[in-house]
Ligand binder design. Structure first.
Ligand code: ASP
Length: 365
């Protein structure tokens, strides 16, 4: 009987060979060994696409504190995104965001948890200030991945979320200014001097990596301002607005949602990291692919942010844009919080920026 447990020399070597081959297969499969060997470990780490100063630092500090207190990366990312969602000053996320063409806010959000490889999402959710928390409950308390519209609202109500009016006075005025300026030949007249519709540059992705190498991500948005009711962008689409693979890394996208969905942007960034690219290289690769698909003349931006398991991070944009009012360059920043503290960084644009005249024009087909 004891023989059964005795390892002969031959047996021993075949077991070692088996383990080595197994590790090699796993490495190819997950990329995790590659990622952790290629760079010094920088953990914990939080990365966000958001750079509006009034909210970015507090939200990343809150996420950092959550990790310090033993919270999971998902707790940290959710905490950070909630701060942005309930802040009325941000016209692109949650409460105070710009509405759809009928003046109604329809919110999209998603979350993905690395350790459990689970995800949740809501789309076109009305009247709830913190859609990413509803997305988390879809993940944790149902067998589904995404709930939309009235079903998502009923689910949120069932879990005790309060229905609230999300349209602030400022956003309502921005919507009215937009409606009055669309056409010279309709029945609406803008006041003199004309009021210019509010600008918004949008969506928040937060990616969090803890000290053990576990990751999670959360994305939340109002979508495109003045969109057609019922429109769903990339933010709640797992693989587009967000993707996390706990063996490799995490990525999120903002900007022109349709393009991000078509190329499965976040999934592709993570897969490129699995093949050995750094987060920066992988973000650039995906943005370049998008630019090429539009013959080098896309009239929109897509911005990718990413981190990997060892705590490297990166960001790239297809092309930023020059703000109409301030003439400043937009769409290229991102922010990180790690052991060195908080900082705003600038990623790499693949193409020169769009002028206000170019922005939103139909891309060449
Ligand atoms: N990606 C968002 C969407 O398409 C919008 C944005 O990030 O500006 O819904």
């Amino acid at each position: 009987m004891g023989n059964k447990y005795l390892c002969s020399r031959r047996n021993f070597f075949s077991r070692v060979a088996y383990l080595v081959t197994g590790a090699a297969v796993m490495e190819r499969f997950t990329g995790s060994l590659f990622a952790s060997q290629s760079a010094p470990v920088n953990r914990p780490l939080i990365v966000t696409s958001k750079t509006n100063l009034y909210v970015t630092e507090p939200l990343l500090s809150a996420a950092w504190k959550t990790l310090e207190e033993g919270g999971s990366p998902l707790d940290a990312a959710e905490k950070a995104v909630n701060i942005s969602e309930i802040d009325p000053r941000d016209p692109s996320v949650g409460y105070g965001g710009l509405p759809n063409e009928e003046g109604v806010l329809q919110l999209d959000a998603s979350c993905m948890d690395g350790p459990s490889y689970n995800a949740g999402a809501v789309a076109c959710l009305e009247n709830i200030k913190t859609p990413c928390s509803v997305a988390r409950l879809v993940m944790e308390r149902t067998d589904h991945l995404m709930l939309v519209g009235s079903g998502a609202l009923r689910f949120a109500r069932m879990h005790g979320f309060k229905e609230e009016n999300l349209l602030t006075e400022e956003a309502r005025k921005g919507w009215v200014a937009w409606k009055e300026n669309i056409s010279e030949s309709d029945y609406y007249h803008p006041p003199e001097p004309k009021k210019v519709p509010m600008e918004s540059e949008g969506t928040i992705n937060v990616l969090a990596l803890d000290a053990h190498g576990d990751m999670a991500g959360v994305t939340s948005t109002v979508g495109h301002k003045f969109k057609i009711p019922g429109r769903v962008g990339d933010s709640p689409i797992i693989g587009a607005g967000l993707y996390v693979d706990n063996d490799v890394g995490a990525a999120g996208s903002t900007g022109h949602g349709a393009e991000s969905i078509k190329i499965c942007s976040s999934f592709l960034v993570v897969e490129k990291m699995r093949e050995g690219m750094t987060p920066q290289e992988a973000c650039e690769y995906v943005c370049r692919r998008i630019a090429e698909k539009h013959k080098g003349k896309p009239m929109f931006n897509v911005k990718m942010v990413a981190l990997n398991k060892s705590g490297e991070f990166g960001q790239a944009s297809v092309r930023g844009q020059i703000d109409e009012k301030t003439r400043k360059l937009q769409g290229l920043g991102y922010a990180v919080y790690d052991r060195q503290g908080f900082r705003i960084l600038y990623g790499k644009p693949i193409l020169p920026p769009m002028t206000p005249e170019e922005r939103g024009k139909t891309p060449p087909r």
